[in-house]
Design a binder for this molecule. Structure first.
Ligand SMILES: Cc1ncc(COP(=O)(O)O)c(C=O)c1O
Length: 362
């Protein structure tokens, strides 16, 4: 006899993050984890440093300072906001709180990997819905609903495809779900989206009892290392999450820096503008090399190669030049590499490396 984990846990492939090092290369551009090209606001760094003087004191457990800041910034009731150690923690906490053994969880074929991990960790059943055009198919999602469906995860926009659903499509998806199914809209990249027909999910959460939206400070706010995310929830869901979350799940430096980051509009606008400019530049110039690049509303693009072997060769080629992209085979996209928009130099070096790689093609 030996200790045995719950059913499902040994079916989990552990999450592998983006690489940060290239063997033998001193100068590296890490474009593998969708981190911010411009980093955090100086105000956030100052708030983080200031918090260093009080590290012996526990945080205020409900992250009130940060919830108030988020509430004020987005015009939301802070009582319906729950903060987490990254939005990953909230996505997982929702699964922990709502899933029973054998429940079904819907998400799309190339969706963020955490959904499957959270599902299996709760002995529930992942139901993976095909994405014919690397975009969530609402009809197929609705057709996959069964009496056992308990949760639906929707990354909007999605990583690693960079595609999104319009507000109409999200509403159509929601309208087709029973009221006891919780729709979780993961809007980690919402701040980057520049489309008139996109909404992160605030309206839907305000209107319905079975929709939650998660957000993060890891992307446009440049605080991935601090681990801060938040969820806007119906009151009953916030109540549930507050019962199950760790008592002090967001650190004092995390709460302080995130609140400061939110208010530095100038820096946030600069990050968004930088992203828009260089994402367009990368997309157009990589396409001009003859490689397929999908339209993306996020801070990364998906580059297609002829097959998995060529994607691997391209990854090795760029890595040898200190440019670290992200292989996305774990997302079922074996022929692709994901490239995060970097600073100007990183972007130019990446294009040059891809151009040289393309010349080696037969
Ligand atoms: C779609 C999506 N959701 C959530 C996250 C998690 O972000 P964090 O836990 O840093 O808030 C990521 C990070 O890459 C992501 O791509």
């Amino acid at each position: 006899m030996k200790p045995t984990p719950k059913p499902g846990i040994l079916d989990i492939s552990p999450y592998v993050g983006g690489r940060a090092h290239a063997p033998g290369v001193r100068r590296v551009f890490k474009l593998s984890s969708n981190e911010s090209a411009l980093g955090p606001s100086p105000a956030a760094v100052a708030a983080f440093q200031e918090a260093a003087s009080g590290l012996d004191i526990y945080p205020e457990g409900s992250a009130k300072h940060l919830r108030d800041a988020i509430g004020e910034f987005y015009g939301l009731n802070p009582d319906r906001i729950v903060c987490g150690n990254g939005s990953d923690e909230l996505l997982t906490m929702l699964a922990n709180a709502y899933l029973r053994v054998g429940d079904e969880v819907l998400f799309s074929e190339h969706a963020f990997l955490v959904y499957k991990i959270a599902t299996l960790a709760n002995s529930a059943v992942p139901v993976v819905v095909k994405e014919p055009k690397l975009r969530v198919d609402v009809d197929a999602m609705l057709a996959a609903v069964t009496p056992k469906t308990r949760l639906v995860y929707l990354a909007n926009p999605n990583n690693p495809t960079g595609s999104y659903l319009s507000v109409e499509d999200v509403r159509r998806l929601h309208a087709g779900l029973r009221s006891d199914i919780l729709l979780i809209i993961d809007a980690a990249y919402a701040e980057y989206v520049k489309r008139n027909d996109y909404e992160a999910g605030i309206e839907l959460v305000s209107q319905f009892d079975n929709v939650v939206m998660t957000r993060t400070f890891s992307k446009i706010f440049g605080l991935a290392g601090l681990r801060v995310g938040w969820a806007f929830c119906p009151a009953a869901v916030a109540d549930v999450l507050n019962r199950v979350r760790g008592p002090f799940n967001v650190s004092v430096p995390g709460q302080r820096a995130a609140a400061a980051a939110l208010h530095d509009r100038e820096h946030n606008d600069k990050s968004a503008a930088h992203n828009e400019k260089w994402k367009t530049w990368l997309t157009e110039n990589i396409r001009a090399l003859g490689l397929r690049v999908d339209d993306s509303v996020c801070n990364f693009v998906l580059i297609h190669f002829r097959d998995a072997a060529e994607a691997k060769a391209a990854d090795e080629f760029t890595t040898a030049r200190g440019i670290i992209l992200r292989p996305v085979g774990a997302y079922g996209l074996h022929d692709c590499l994901r490239l995060t928009v970097g600073g100007e130099e990183a972007n130019r070096e990446t294009l040059a490396a891809l151009a040289d790689f393309v010349k080696t093609r037969k």
